[in-house]
Design a protein around this ligand. Structure first.
Ligand code: ZN
Length: 260
């Protein structure tokens, strides 16, 4: 137990330590795509976001408005704030980061573009950040990954599942948010109806960070301090995933950590 804890502290230190004086950070050489779900201007652009697009297994709306807490804090704002916090941590660790949006005042982009941005960047991993609009009595988080769908996700399903396990473990440990008790199973859900996953050519998961409609979760999700924990949890998960991945050249950091 003590050694596990020590190992976790080492991992956290590797991820969180800012790059120092020109030395490569622990994630140097890695590219991460971050997709903050929805957009603050979506509701005002209904005709644009309701346009149907090809999500791989079905046609569905280009984008949606997203959820909101009983107090009026929007999911779109939550998702972008966590994304920007995560970007800062990853950049400080030496990673190249691409985001699908950087403001909360526009609309979209469409789910097709959200996937394409990660593909074009040839990201090593991609995370779409959401917070759910579940039943008010239900709480907790879950991580969504794609099944192997022939011609769509058969090339990323196994790696996406590994990424989902890494995110689940890190998120539970660092945020203490429980697994969702109203959907999924032990904090995981496999879905074939999400264009952002179906159209991805890089390992990708969705995080549903909590349930915005639940009073307890809403209080946490609306707290900047909690959102920093969310970002830290995702950064740790991405580092764990990248370090453990098979059949890829090790990152500079992995070699450096090994030599140290
Ligand atoms: Zn969402």
């Amino acid at each position: 137990m003590a050694s596990t804890r020590a190992a976790l502290i080492v991992v956290a230190a590797l991820v969180l330590a800012p790059g120092t004086s020109g030395a490569p950070g622990p994630l140097a050489g890695a590219t991460i795509a971050i997709d903050p779900g929805h957009n603050g201007g979506n509701a005002a652009n209904a005709s644009r976001i309701n346009r149907l697009v090809n999500a791989g297994t079905l046609r569905k709306a280009c984008d949606t408005v997203g959820s909101v807490t009983p107090g009026g804090y929007t999911e779109a704002a939550h998702n972008l704030d966590v994304a920007l916090r995560l970007e800062r941590i990853l950049r400080a660790s030496g990673a190249r980061v691409v985001l699908t949006r950087r403001t909360n005042r526009g609309w979209g982009p469409c789910i097709t573009s959200r996937a394409a941005i990660g593909n074009r960047a040839r990201a090593d991993a991609a995370v779409s950040i959401h917070a759910d609009g579940g039943p008010a009595a239900g709480r907790g988080f879950h991580v969504i990954y794609p099944p192997a769908i022939r011609g769509l996700t058969d090339d990323i399903a196994a790696a996406s599942h590994r990424l989902a396990l890494a995110v689940r473990a890190s998120y539970a440990r660092i945020t203490r948010m429980p697994y969702a008790d109203y959907t999924g199973s032990t904090g995981l859900a496999r879905r074939r109806d999400l264009g952002g996953l179906n159209l991805s050519d890089v390992p990708k998961v969705f995080l549903e960070a909590g349930n915005m409609r639940n009073a307890t979760d809403a209080r946490l999700l609306a707290s900047p301090r909690f959102r920093q924990l969310e970002a830290r949890a995702l950064a740790n998960a991405l580092a764990d995933f990248l370090r453990a991945r098979p059949s890829r050249l090790p990152l500079r950091s992995a070699r450096a950590a090994h030599a140290a």
